[in-house]
Ligand binder design. Structure first.
Ligand code: COA
Length: 163
């Protein structure tokens, strides 16, 4: 039985992230999605909102748990007894960053293998930043996030406009 962790900021979870989780859930007996606090990234959604949105989006997957974490991802992996850290790569730029992250994580926790899944073609250009920007400017986001996530994004944009 292999447990994999999939850490990220998920501000909010996109179709690209969901694709990685769904593929990971077919590869490993358990996947623990870790919603990082990532305060430095100044997220649009609060940590509790990002957690609730990701939980809702992945509710149909019985071997997937969604939890929040702060601190190092290796400590999060250790707490959950994970031996695999899943990450998605869309481009060479992602790959460069992921190789560095995997290397540092391996130095800190040698028992954790980083497994990089190549993003599906339809999500190759999707990023949280661009999805948030399109939503904030009233553009069409339904191709990039699941329907419930799109609703949360629209509600957040509407509440921002009122506030
Ligand atoms: N499809 C589409 N988009 C994808 C994607 C995919 N398959 N995989 C990643 N992305 C996008 C995300 O939407 C996000 O876009 P944004 O930055 O424009 O919002 C970007 O790629 C990266 O996001 P994500 O995969 O969520 O990772 P992250 O860089 O936000 O978080 C952590 C990575 C969890 C490692 C980091 O945030 C963290 O907090 N780590 C804890 C501290 C630590 O351990 N650091 C490492 C020390 S070695």
């Amino acid at each position: 039985m292999v447990t994999a962790v999939y850490p990220g900021t998920f501000d909010p979870i996109t179709g690209g992230h969901e694709d990685i989780v769904r593929r990971g859930a077919r590869m490993y007996s358990r996947v623990v999605v870790g919603v990082a606090h990532s305060r430095g990234k100044n997220p649009l959604f609060e940590p509790e909102e990002r957690l609730a949105i990701a939980r809702e989006a992945l509710a149909d997957l019985p071997n997937v748990d969604v939890v929040s974490f702060s601190g190092l991802m290796v400590d999060f992996a250790r707490r959950h007894g994970a031996t695999v850290a899943l990450r998605g790569v869309r481009s060479v730029t992602d790959f460069d960053y992921e190789v560095q992250l995997a290397g540092m994580n391996r130095l800190m926790l040698p028992g954790l293998e980083s497994v990089l899944l190549v993003a599906s073609e339809r999500y190759q250009f999707v990023s949280g930043t661009l999805v948030r920007e399109i939503a904030l400017m009233g553009g069409e986001i339904d191709r990039f996030v699941s329907p419930k996530v799109a609703q949360h994004l629209r509600a957040k944009v509407a509440s921002r406009k009122q506030g």
